[in-house]
Design a protein around this ligand. Structure first.
Ligand code: MGD
Ligand code: MGD
Ligand code: SF4
Ligand code: MO
Length: 891
């Protein structure tokens, strides 16, 4: 019998790739469970390494399977009772604003819609904020200030059709890999297409760039202020467009002339050479078809909104918007950040792209919902919300699909807030996260492949996520849990849906209700959608008003905007730098962001062993000059301190970062490492207009952690105690793998005693110590089988653990040779692959170097020899770096 194939959408990034999930009919079938959907217009069959590893994340030992109240498993009925009783009580005693939702761009539009409706229409509070506040809040405000609406004008094809692509604060090669591959393919086809990267770091994205501007952190607005002024000077303004379709040009230009009067001043402000900036200016001047593609390097800033408007100003001034291959394109990070915006799921929005400030909107929504308790004004934005919680003003919070103990700035404050809050409800798929640890009520949620609904990707395309696999245990859909609580609160008729399609239909009906073209977001075509039609929904770009089922590819083609007079607005911009610049006490600027193979707080990608091989531990990237000065060697342990907290990370000494700056990834939590949460270090500094935190810029100091031993532990069972200076759990295929750092001078006996394996296990230690090299190697053998191995060295040493881990899995008696080999490290006949570069085929750096030494001299030849880079292509930028350049070859 052939296997069933279900079509769904990838749950990771905002590219929103279509995924085929193969559901094998029997366990013996070996069909690949996940592949790209050839017909999906986001990816046309391709998937990046995270997407293609989705199958490996489907089996988790740590699923939350029942509701839990104060540590006890309870029925859903009981949990819903606890939640609704407490909400009713605090609302009665303290008013509706004592309750808040803290949601996520990773729930589905239907989940979002009912949460927003319950809070804003029925409980009566606008305290509905989300992790999108940390992500694209500034981009939203930027668009609204310019267009009068939160409208992304462009689509993915524009990235391929443009002749100049400026990537600002985006590491798309790692964060939007399939789009990056589309850009790379376009560039290959049309080598004259120019690509510019603006980023203080040299990232994998720079690989396809003709020009990289390694700007001073936070200085982007000066670049675009200069481009505006330069456009006026070189006569490339679209005067007709400015006159007919915009307001405020003269003020914006005047400000640009004052802020960046010339090339010298702009180059100085942004810390780049005049030649480099002039090259960008020339390309800008000569290239009509320009797209500016921007992400967190722009948004996560105390002046993020201004940076967005500085970019948009340049596009409006030159009329480079609403046409093929042009536009200011804010790329969204999360799979449904856009859907959240569409339902109004931010504290300063109302519903369906209407705000509290939109004239008549409150009344319209109240009538549509027949809402008894409409909220009347903006609620609290994320950082303010957690501050109000600490002050005791918000007494019940319902956190859904986000991990604020890791992702919000100043996590010490977040902890104080959650500890103070009277009832913390957390809906999650996982039992153990840094946030579930502080919950009073845990609600088990269905996850990707189990839940049904829609998501909207970065080009406004609505696609279905489909529930193809059964829900484990008592896990329920988020929308269902919200509706149950709503009904218990007495709102039966407004929350008794026939199914998820019914919620989507209502959302669509609200979007078109008394709209008549006044609001950009209109999906009225779906307002009567049946279950059958919903199940067969084909990806489509909104607006999809009645009579336009094909949707809308590109916005603003007619030059009409959603401001009261239909004209776009220029905003005068004064470029500013981050609030907290380095000082003598805090001499480094900390930049934070993503790595290629992990997703956020690793609750899903952390389950796929192959995704941990590319970057196995949390690190801090530091320039060699700074490292030398601080006595920090590559791979050694570094302590980062800020006025808010501390982190322990491994040094990655690299010229990709400039002196005075350091970069650390955001992914490792307390579930994976003892002190790697970088948000500990970030202050709660926000953009005054959007409330988005300045997560890309914080002051820190660094010091080398000395007098330590570096070690590796593999164990068949999890360690019971982790009393190390540093530990990091590296998910692996077999057993448990830890990278550790121990204080120097520990005796073998004390290591053995502090090394607590499960109490049930008894066995013998094999031991090898080398006083000359100070190596210590221990193996714990139980019933002639390997239970654990410990390797300690005075300096960091990469040990390829695959073989060792495989020995844990073998349920056979160890030979004498095996015992020796375990103490030696690896047997002679097993190849050390080096660091994994290609995750799909597990090809490592040493194999690649060997293939190059053997004559492979292109990425294609490497692929032919080792298969690396031939599946998802995520590693292609890195593979290129292995290929010697002509000069290197001839040297
Ligand atoms: N692999 C992977 N992909 C992801 C995610 C993930 O967790 N893992 N998360 C998704 C989500 S939610 C998001 S929001 C996106 C984020 O996608 P991106 O924004 O591309 O990712 P980041 O790594 O956060 O930051 C991008 C770049 O901003 C740069 N930067 C820092 N400061 C400045 C500055 O002042 N100016 C400029 N111009 N650049 C600066 C950083 O050096 C970094 O290279 O990624 C999405 N995709
Ligand atoms: N310093 C610093 N901080 C940052 C950033 C940065 O660049 N630097 N980036 C910020 C950005 S852009 C973002 S988007 C955030 C991301 O940060 P978070 O949103 O905190 O990270 P996630 O790991 O995605 O959290 C999602 C949680 O929801 C759970 N989950 C998954 N699917 C479901 C579901 O269907 N239902 C429910 N109920 N739960 C589910 C997962 O198990 C996980 O615990 O981090 C922000 N914080
Ligand atoms: S680019 Fe990768 S992570 Fe993003 S949606 Fe596509 S497959 Fe998923
Ligand atoms: Mo994000």
């Amino acid at each position: 019998m052939t296997a069933t194939i279900g079509k769904t959408t990838c749950p990771y990034c905002g590219v929103g790739c279509g995924v085929n999930l193969t559901i094998p009919n029997s366990s013996t079938e070996s069909v690949p469970p996940v592949s790209g959907d050839l017909n999906h217009p986001a990816n046309f069959g391709r998937l990046c390494v995270k997407g293609s590893s989705l199958a490996q994340t489907l089996q988790s030992d740590d699923r939350l399977l029942t509701p839990i109240v104060k540590g006890e498993s309870v029925s859903w009925e009981s949990a819903v009772g606890t939640v609704s009783d407490k909400i009713a009580q605090v609302v009665q005693d303290h008013g509706p604003d004592a309750f808040a939702f803290y949601l996520s761009g990773q729930i589905l539009t239907e989940d979002y819609y009912v949460a927003n409706k319950l809070a804003k229409g029925f409980i009566g509070t606008a305290n509905v904020d989300t992790n999108s506040r940390l992500c694209m809040a500034s981009a939203v405000v930027g668009y609204k200030r310019a267009f009068g609406s939160d409208t992304v004008p462009c689509n993915y094809e524009d990235l391929e059709l443009c002749d100049l692509l400026i990537l600002v604060g985006s590491n798309a090669a790692w964060t939007h890999p399939i789009l990056y591959q589309r850009m790379a393919a376009a560039k290959k086809q049309r080598p004259n297409m120019k690509i510019v990267v603006i980023d203080p770091r040299e990232t994998a994205t720079c690989d396809i760039a003709d020009l990289h501007l390694a700007i001073k952190p936070g200085s982007d607005a000066a670049i675009f202020s200069f481009l505006l002024q330069h456009s006026a000077q070189t006569g490339i303004l679209d005067n007709d467009f400015i006159a007919q379709h915009t307001n405020g040009f003269n003020d914006a230009l005047k400000q640009a002339n004052e802020s960046t009067p010339n090339l010298v001043s702009a180059a100085k402000f942004s810390g780049v050479s005049e030649q480099a900036l002039m090259r960008l200016a020339h390309w800008w001047e000569q290239t009509e078809k320009t797209v500016t593609f921007y992400s967190q390097g722009v948004n996560q800033s105390s002046s993020g909104v201004d940076k967005c408007n500085a970019i948009i100003n340049c596009h409006l001034a030159t009329g480079r918007i609403g046409k093929e291959g042009t536009g200011p394109f804010s790329i969204t990070g999360q799979p449904n950040a856009m859907g959240g915006r569409e339902v109004g799921g931010l504290a300063n929005q109302l519903a369906a792209h209407m705000d509290f400030a939109t004239p008549g909107a409150q009344d319209l929504v109240q009538r549509f919902w027949q809402a008894p308790n409409m909220a009347t004004e903006n609620g609290l934005k994320a950082v303010d919300l957690f501050q109000a919680m600490e002050e005791g003003k918000v007494k019940v919070v319902w956190i859904m699909s986000t991990n604020p103990m890791v992702s919000l700035p100043d996590t010490a404050q977040v902890r104080r807030a959650l500890e103070k809050c009277e009832l913390v409800i957390v809906s999650d798929c996982k039992a153990h996260t840094d946030t579930t640890a502080l919950a009073d009520v845990l609600l088990p949620a269905t996850g990707w492949s189990e839940k049904d609904g829609t998501v909207t990707n970065s080009e406004r395309r609505i696609s279905r996520q489909r529930g193809l696999l059964p829900a484990p245990g008592d896990a329920k859909h988020d929308w269902w849990a919200i509706c149950e609580v709503a009904k218990k609160l007495g709102f039966q008729s407004a929350f008794s849906y026939k199914g998820v399609h019914d919620i989507f239909a209502e959302h669509a009906a609200l979007s078109t209700f008394e709209n008549n073209g006044k609001r950009d977001f209109d999906i009225g075509y779906f307002s009567q959608i049946s279950k059958l039609e919903y199940d067969g929904l084909i990806p489509v770009q909104w607006p999809v008003p009645k009579g336009k089922p094909e949707g809308t590819k590109r916005m603003f083609e007619d030059g009409r905007f959603f401001t009261p007079d239909g004209r776009a607005k220029f905003v005068p911009i004064v470029p500013t730098l981050p609030i907290n610049e380095p000082t003598s006490e805090w001499p480094f600027m900390l930049n934070t962001g993503r790595v290629r193979d992990q997703w956020h707080t690793m609750t899903r990608t952390g389950d796929a062993a192959l995704l941990t091989k590319h970057t196995d531990q949390p690190y801090v990237e530091i320039h060699p000059k700074d490292a030398r000065q601080l006595g920090i060697e590559d791979k050694t342990l570094v302590r980062l301190t800020s006025p808010y907290g501390e982190a322990l990370l491994k040094a990655k000494v690299s010229r990709a970062i400039s002196p005075g700056n350091v970069f650390a990834p955001i992914h490792w939590t307390q579930q994976f490492s003892n002190a790697a949460v970088v948000s500990n270090l970030i202050p709660q500094v926000v953009d005054p207009l959007s409330g988005q935190p300045e997560s890309k810029h914080a002051q820190v100091k660094l010091e080398a952690v000395t007098e330590v031993f570096y070690g590796v532990i593999v164990s068949a069972t999890p360690l019971e105690a982790l009393d190390f200076t540093y530990w990091c759990y590296v998910p692996s295929k077999h057993g448990y793998h830890y990278e550790v750092v121990w204080p120097i001078g520990e005796s073998v006996a004390s290591i053995q005693s502090s090394f607590k394996i499960s109490a049930q296990v008894t066995g013998e230690w094999l031991e090898y110590t080398n006083p000359r090299t100070q190596q210590i190697r221990l193996a714990y053998i139980t019933d002639q089988k390997l239970t654990a191995a410990v390797y300690l060295h005075p300096t960091p040493k990469s040990i390829s653990c695959d073989w060792l881990e495989s020995k844990l899995a073998v349920n056979e008696t160890l030979s004498e040779l095996d015992r020796m080999a375990i103490l030696v490290g690896t047997p002679a006949n097993v190849e050390d692959k080096g660091t994994i570069v290609c995750s799909c085929f597990q090809v490592g750096s040493k194999q690649i170097e060997k293939a190059i030494a053997g004559g492979a001299c292109s990425v294609e030849e490497l692929g032919a020899k080792l298969k690396c880079g031939t599946n998802c292509g995520s590693c292609l930028p890195e593979l290129k770096h292995f290929i010697p350049t002509i000069t290197e070859l001839s040297a």
